[in-house]
Design a protein around this ligand. Structure first.
Ligand SMILES: Nc1nc2c(ncn2[C@@H]2O[C@H](COP(=O)(O)OP(=O)(O)OP(=O)(O)O)[C@@H](O)[C@H]2O)c(=O)[nH]1
Ligand SMILES: [Mg+2]
Length: 236
């Protein structure tokens, strides 16, 4: 069951940023391996809809979430590249499904997918419906989909469209699809706000992984990279 917590941080005063904390739990060599792997990311292809995406026989990890949540920025941060995915202040910037190959020694062993954001009010109705079709089709039928990273700005909370997305992927998560919620732009939260957002969304995610993430302060980057590496290499 998905509970609402929309706006739970809306009334808090202007925050002082939560500092990035080093992650003591993950061995440094695992982080090095994951970050080195991520850094190999390179553009593969871009398509306006699922039918135009090539089928790959590699585990694919999709970044989804509201427009402006920080999906493209997170991909750039995780891959330590400035302009791999196109990030912008203007919501609705990513309009295609963009695929990036990842793998050492020039052999791809996984794919990252940057998906168009949803929920931007100024988008015409027809474009919103198109998004729903593209996302729904992708999330339900993409055969090589191994994991989904839901990017959520905790200042806005999970929106109705996030909840629809959670409903859409729930059967696949129950069947083994990996799932991570990244609470983005955590540099805009105080430590207390960050802790509160984490505990609420952990409840909502039903025990699934939830992490604070800041591209600006590099918070949560090592942990997220290491988790995605494990998703793509379950045998290791
Ligand atoms: N302060 C702060 N700003 C961020 C962070 N991540 C992203 N942003 C900003 O948020 C805005 C949107 O980032 P994008 O990465 O383009 O967001 P998106 O989810 O890809 O957006 P769409 O492509 O429209 O779906 C940009 O102005 C980014 O600089 C972060 O960790 N901290
Ligand atoms: Mg984007």
């Amino acid at each position: 069951m998905v509970l609402r917590y929309q706006g739970f941080l809306m009334t808090t005063p202007a925050p002082s940023p939560a500092p990035a904390t080093p992650n003591a739990a993950i061995a440094p060599d695992r982080i090095r391996t994951a970050m080195g792997w991520m850094h190999t990311a390179h553009f593969l292809t871009s398509a306006p809809q699922l039918e135009h995406l090539p089928a790959f026989d590699l585990p694919e990890i999709a970044f989804v979430g509201r427009s402006n949540a920080g999906k493209s920025t997170a991909i750039n941060t995780l891959t330590q590249q400035h302009r791999l995915a196109f990030a912008s202040k203007t919501p609705g910037r990513t309009q295609h499904i963009n695929l990036f190959g990842v793998g050492k020694q020039k052999v791809d062993d996984a794919v990252l997918a940057d998906l168009p954001g949803y929920g931007y009010a100024a988008v015409p109705r027809e474009a919103k419906l198109r998004w729903q079709r593209v996302m729904g089709n992708y999330l339900m039928t993409r055969e090589n989909l191994r994991g989904v990273v839901l990017m959520c700005d905790p200042r806005h909370g999970l929106t109705e469209l996030d909840e629809i997305l959670l409903d859409v992927i729930r059967p696949r998560v129950e069947a083994g699809l990996k799932f991570l919620v990244l609470l983005t732009k955590s540099d805009k939260l105080t430590r207390a706000e960050g802790a509160k957002a984490l505990s609420i969304v952990r409840l909502q995610a039903g025990g699934g992984e939830v992490k604070l993430f800041s591209a600006l302060k590099k918070q949560g980057v090592d942990e997220a990279a290491e988790l995605l590496w494990r998703w793509a290499h379950p045998e290791s």
